[in-house]
Design a protein around this ligand. Sequence first.
Ligand code: ADP
Ligand code: MG
Length: 388
Amino acid sequence: RKQLVLHPLVAVGLSGPMKASGIMVCVRKRPLNPKEVAAREVDVISLQPPNMLVVHLLRLHVYREPTLDHQNFCFDRVFDENCSNAGVFNYTARPLIRHIFEGGWATCFAYGQTGSGKTHTMGGVVEGKNQNVMDSIYAMAASEVFSIIQEPESAERNLSVGCSFFEIYNTKIYDLLSPGNKQPLRLQENCQYQMEVMDLIECPTSGTAEVLALLNTGNGARALGKTSANEKSSRSHAIFQIVLRSAISKETYGKFSLVDLAGSERAVDNFSSNSQTCTESAEINKSLLLLKECIHAMGRKSSYIPFRDCKLTQVLRDSFIGKNVKTCMIATIAPGMCSVNSTLNTLRYANRVKELKVQAPVVPPMPPLTAQLSKVLESDATEKRQAA
Ligand code: ADP
Ligand code: MG
């Protein structure tokens, strides 16, 4: 009987956290959900913390035993299905908060297909229920800001904190803190030569409770655009910004943008017969592509950053062009075999964001197969033996 031979195909982007380029790329795998468990979905992602990830590509054959291919990836950090939002926050957004207190600009964004856990991670709200906003990266980041601002060193700087929450849907910017107002907002450079969303509400805040109330308002407004057939939140980018300002001059001192991106499957799926869906997909496609290009250019310290062509990169412009900028990407992935193509697309995008040279293929130790995958292989082999 032919032995299964495990071939790690590629291992790319081997490096430690937060390089000189200021870009950190992490991956979070969500657990199988009850529906997937009921449908006997197979978990095909195994992780070897802190930074290795293997995608098992299971191929079932009619007359032969199943075969497995493996694609290895290496990121700054990988988080498994048991990791809490607080665990993810500690390694991703938290280090960036010190950075904005040093006068820097930071961005943390979640990228992944719809249903992979972006909103669960960033906004702590799912399916319109605000059950765990406290446990979201948005809220934890704000809470960390309020704890640092009380340190004597920060007190000397005399800073105030403001929060905004808005979404970009189909090239238009809507304020999520002003749900009654359906007017799109304009973008303009202000007198500090910074890109500013005109008339965007920036609520002065002094404690986590106030931020939670804002998040509830914003999440509520985001959920309003949702219908059972077509979830708007998967087609818009939501941006929560924490702005540090000098309490006297009101000039921006540091800014943290936390972004829950539109579902990345829209970037590939643009062959819909519906013209509105087509426009949306094309726009999402363009914005996700440009986001990657801007991060590349920023990492290379290039003088040309292609942020002009879409609202998402225009809004984040100052987080790309400044000298003192840091970015963290959280790629969220679903574990199931049915989502494996989207998962591979997400992992490839994450690899390209890092833009580290592809290293010579290495053969790292193989993490054990997931329990379900081992079971499938075993039962398939048994069936075939019995049939023979
Ligand atoms: P997305 O925003 O990427 O479309 P969601 O954040 O809405 O995805 O997540 C889809 C579903 O999966 C939600 O019901 C959410 O509770 C669940 N989920 C996502 N990530 C996790 C996780 N890490 N642990 C537990 N449940 C999760
Ligand atoms: Mg979402």
